[in-house]
Design a protein around this ligand. Structure first.
Ligand code: HEC
Ligand code: HEC
Length: 343
């Protein structure tokens, strides 16, 4: 055996030993996949969640340094007590209080999503942050500059080293850490979940009536226990597409005009205002929209103009029951979970 070969074996051997110790110290945190959910889409093997990677992702998520003015963090627009949406704003407010054109989306159960944003403009979780970072009405920064700031911080350098065994913080490590935090934001412990998983939870007769009305009228789009089929549809909120054409902005297809992602309804009690433009303030008004407010246009979903009538037919009592059911989708544990909060 040549000296070179011996050196090679020693080097590989000690590398393996080092990563063994690293893996020992940096405990993996396998995510618990709820039994009432389909298999995740995000490849967790390619970016396994570890204790240190998760903690680092959380620190980055709440760090204003990711923005030009040092104030606007991801958490600024995605607030935990509002199921990671921006409370009280129809459209999001970013750097220098600049207005975006869309309502902040909830960050939850993201490992089950194929595409992101109201128009599906991003198709991988790891790339979502780039959009926010570089958007002039959100964080108005550049990835290059953020990486420069992080590489100048002794604290971040040592935390990245512990989490990813790296001396230099690259975009891959940065994005992986953020994804590990976001991947962990799983909401699946509402009263509804405990009811369907038969964990001893009971729903009231009002809530059960609401559930069956929901299955009949809503669940063709708000499907599965994720409460979305992941598709893009026009539910007749507006016919004014001057500022926002929805899915058409990505596909450039005229027949995608005014179609938006079917959003999840989990924690819906806390994510007001509603719709891509934040134009509907309350759940009562959402139900009034579906019965009386649906606006017709060539791309309106056929489900909402069947039998020559616009919208869905519901009585006042039906609406009350559906709202009672929607409130069973609130997961208080998720919104109070300390591991997900800034401190
Ligand atoms: C200025 C407010 C603002 C900031 C800051 C912000 N976001 Fe967002 N976020 C939004 C809005 C608004 C949307 C919906 C945008 C759209 O559909 O065009 C969104 C969408 C998302 C989504 C997609 C959710 C889905 O279901 O499709 C994720 C994930 C996300 N943001 C993560 C982040 C991360 C990570 C950061 C920090 C790097 C961040 N956001 C910073 C406002 C913000
Ligand atoms: C044809 C598909 C479809 C049907 C049927 C449907 N929805 Fe929706 N729903 C959507 C789409 C698409 C959006 C987002 C539209 C937008 O933002 O412009 C939405 C938005 C919502 C929102 C606001 C969510 C948020 O985060 O802003 C609520 C609440 C809601 N729907 C409840 C219901 C209820 C309750 C029913 C049954 C009475 C129902 N939907 C039936 C497609 C549908």
């Amino acid at each position: 055996m040549t000296v070179n070969k011996i050196i090679l074996i020693v080097v590989i051997g000690s590398g393996a030993l080092m990563s063994f110790y690293w893996a020992e110290e940096n405990n993996q945190m396998p995510l618990k996949i709820p039994s009432n959910f389909p298999p995740p889409i995000y490849d967790l093997k390619q970016n396994p969640v570890t204790e240190k990677g998760f903690a680092l992702g959380r620190k980055l998520f709440y760090d204003g340094q990711l923005s030009r003015n040092g104030i606007v963090s991801c958490g600024f627009c995605h607030q935990q007590p509002s199921a990671f949406t921006q409370h009280g704003h129809d459209v999001s407010h970013g750097v220098d209080d600049r207005l975006g054109k869309r309502n902040s989306l909830a960050i939850s159960n993201v490992i089950w999503q194929k595409t992101f944003f109201w128009d599906g403009g991003v198709n991988h979780l790891d790339f979502v942050p780039l959009n926010a970072l570089e958007n002039p009405v959100e964080m108005d920064e550049t990835l290059e500059n953020v990486l420069k700031k992080l590489n100048q911080s002794p604290a971040y350098k040592s935390e990245f080293k512990e989490a990813f065994q790296t001396e230099v913080i690259t975009s891959t490590h940065f994005l992986s850490a953020l994804s590990q935090f976001m991947a962990s934001l799983i909401t699946a412990n509402s009263r509804y979940d405990r009811y369907v998983r038969q964990e001893g939870e009971k729903l009231t007769s009002e809530e059960l009536t609401g559930l069956s009305l929901f299955k009949k009228n809503c669940n063709s789009c708000h499907a599965t226990d994720l409460f979305t089929d992941g598709s893009y549809r026009n539910n007749g909120v507006t016919t004014d597409y001057r500022f926002d054409k929805g899915r058409q902005e990505i596909t450039l297809q005229l027949n995608d005009r005014g179609k938006f992602k079917v959003p999840t309804l989990r924690n819906i009690e806390y994510t007001d205002p509603y719709m891509h433009d934040g134009s509907i303030a309350t759940l009562e008004e959402v139900l009034d929209h579906y019965t009386d407010g649906v606006k017709d246009s060539p791309t309106l979903d056929p489900v909402l103009k069947s039998n020559g009538k616009l919208g869905i037919t519901l009585t006042d009592a039906d609406k009350k029951n559906i709202i009672a059911f929607l409130k069973t989708l609130t997961d208080n544990e998720f919104m109070a979970e300390k591991r997900f909060s800034e401190y």
